[in-house]
Design a protein around this ligand. Sequence first.
Ligand code: FAD
Length: 260
Amino acid sequence: MNIVVCIKQVPNTNEVKLDPVTGTLIRDGVPSIINPDDKAGLEAALRLKDAQGAHITVVSMGPPQADAALREALAMGADEAILVSDRAFGGADTWATSTTIAAAIKNLKYDLIITGRQAIDGDTAQVGPQISEHLGIPNISYAEDIQVEGDSVIVKRQYEDRYHIVKAKMPCLITALTELNKPRYMTPGGIFDAYREKEVKVWGLKDIQVDQANIGLKGSPTRVFQTFTKSLKAAGTVVQLDPEESADYMIEKLKEKFII
Ligand SMILES: Cc1cc2nc3c(=O)[nH]c(=O)nc-3n(C[C@H](O)[C@H](O)[C@H](O)COP(=O)(O)OP(=O)(O)OC[C@H]3O[C@@H](n4cnc5c(N)ncnc54)[C@H](O)[C@@H]3O)c2cc1C
């Protein structure tokens, strides 16, 4: 079985703080990590490999520093790594990103493609389903459990208030949730191999078959017009009232704000 796992290198947004004076985001020194949903997707692929054998290729689109994320994936146990990187791919929105990644995947053998549900920086949750559309294969999103039986995948798919057990024939794309598992650590030997023995192949524009009208900033139907930090809320109001009056007061305030 051939599994392709899409991983995005993202800033660790748990560690991004606000500058109290300027109110802007402090990005300096914020470490880059493998997007958490993607790491869970990689772990799911590694467990399938442990159980029944699989060849795992990790793919990332990004600048040269995304190499570190791919080496981490190799050190965890992935077999092959592809960095899709070219100035022509820069400034891509989700359409251009998914078009480029799907074009790269067309060069690979795959039965199963795993992406994260959503990246913690862009936060759109669009890239995985769009890749499946480009490739014309089924997509099961929000996976909390993945089993493979013969030529099918059986996925526990999370909803707000229930689960669905969904079965699909491969090839198929699944978007993974962090709840899937607890990803393993890299092994020391794995780290040596990832840097000394294994290769991260870099594919540029010339290596994939893609319509240039659909890639990069120029091929992006959407533009980020402006980015700004959310303004801080004013300090709360403290009132001294007896319990019944307090309840009435709170209900009045919630009604004023159309919360209830
Ligand atoms: C310079 C710049 C300009 C941008 N301009 C725009 C813009 O004009 N309009 C706009 O809408 N967005 C813009 N973006 C954001 C960009 O669209 C997203 O970063 C990108 O499309 C991925 O979307 P997402 O982060 O929401 O991923 P999601 O859709 O939340 O990601 C879902 C899953 O898809 C996979 N995935 C996503 N991205 C990658 C990747 N690069 N490599 C491998 N796997 C991946 C991962 O498995 C991930 O978990 C810009 C980003 C940059 C850096």
